[in-house]
Each structure stands twice: as C-alpha cells, then as structure tokens.
Design a protein around this ligand. Sequence first.
Ligand code: VGL
Ligand code: ZN
Length: 229
Amino acid sequence: LGSAAAVASVTPLSSALAAGAIKPGKQSVLLVIDVQNCFLPTGTLPVKDGDQVVPVINELSKKFQNVVMTQDWHPAGHSSFASSHDGKAPFETVEMDYGTQVLWPDHCIQGTKDAELAPGLDIPHAQLIIRKGWNSAVDSYSAFREADKKTMTGLTGYLKERGISDVYVCGLATDFCVAWSAIDGTISEFNVSVIEDASRGIDLNGSVATAWADMKKAGIARIQSGDFA
Ligand code: VGL
Ligand code: ZN
C-alpha cells in the first residue's frame, strides 16, 4: 500500500510561495479597503461577489496584530458622481484638473447606511478606520493619497510612526481602491502584497487585468489567503 515515500514523490513543485509561509508580525498590517454596504451586491455601487470577501477577511484578520480599514466617505453631490455632471451617465468619464475621472452612481454618502462597514465584518481589534473621498472636489481611491496625487491622507505617517513596513491589502474593489492603495503603498516605500481571494473587482473594460499588470510592474506580490500560516 502507498508508502510515505510514494506520497512525498508527488508533492507539487509548482507553488511559488509555500502554503502557510507567511506569518505576519508586528511590522505587518492588514489594510482592509472599503468593505462597505455600498460595494456589496445590494449596495449603490455593487461589486460582483463583493460579499464573498467578508468571511475570508474575517479569518485573515485573526492572523494580524495590526489591522487598518478604510471607508469610502463622500459628501452628497460629490464630484465623482455622474449625477453631479449634466448629461453624464455612470461609468462615463470626465476630465478634472487632476486627470480623467470615472463617474460613478451616487455611493457611500457620509452617515448613510450604505456607507457603513459590511455588517458581517468582524474585526474588533482593527485599530484605525481611515475615511477618504470626503473632499467634494477630489476623489480618493487610494488609502494613502487623494486623486490629485498630492494630498496625503496621513496613513503613511501613521504606519511609519508605528514601525510598520509590510502592507497586505485586500477588500473592494481590486481594480480601483485596492490597486491604487497598493501602488501608492509602494510609492511610500512599503513592501506591498495584495491578497487576491480576499478582494473582488468592478472590471470596467478589462480594468481588473490592467490593475494586476500595473501592480506587477510596481513590484507588488499577488498572493492568496492560503499563503498565510
Ligand atoms: C471605489 C469606485 C468609487 C472602490 C470607490 O472602493 O474601489 N470604486 N469609489
Ligand atoms: Zn467612491
């Protein structure tokens, strides 16, 4: 009958990262992006299967001492809303001072139920919730820096002051707030990884594939929740 040696001989060699290799320490943070009602399938800017990240992130968060979350947090009439631009529909674009802006349905309005964190999210030890997109004239996909590419949110300083060097990003949406946060994290000189199965994308015209290519170019590791010990 099958000996231990026979079993060992078929151990796969393919995985770049051994399952269970990552053990986050005090220099690591889990950055949970925009897991809010607005981005769940029943929200105002639904992300397909967005609700499926919730149990994955809950389990993952138990492996981190440090957890920071973000909340997309727009005033009514925000300039990223199609409803603020005459003749524009959601998912069209407009030119702003700071570049091309995708226009969205009204979403994540400050103080509304839609903007609340997903009710299933269970991360009592999260230490900071950073709200972004509150400037009515400037969007902020990134947790680190507004879309003008100049105005910092304060997250870089917070993490550096706490001695954190390794940032693990997950949440919604892979191709917008997750990717922009990850890339800005590398600009702030953190070691950044994105946890693919703890994230979901919106995918406008192939934007998920573009985001992964851009993140690869930036040196960001593409990992899975199963890569953690
Ligand atoms: C997001 C579009 C608009 C996101 C936020 O969280 O990815 N996307 N606002
Ligand atoms: Zn938004």
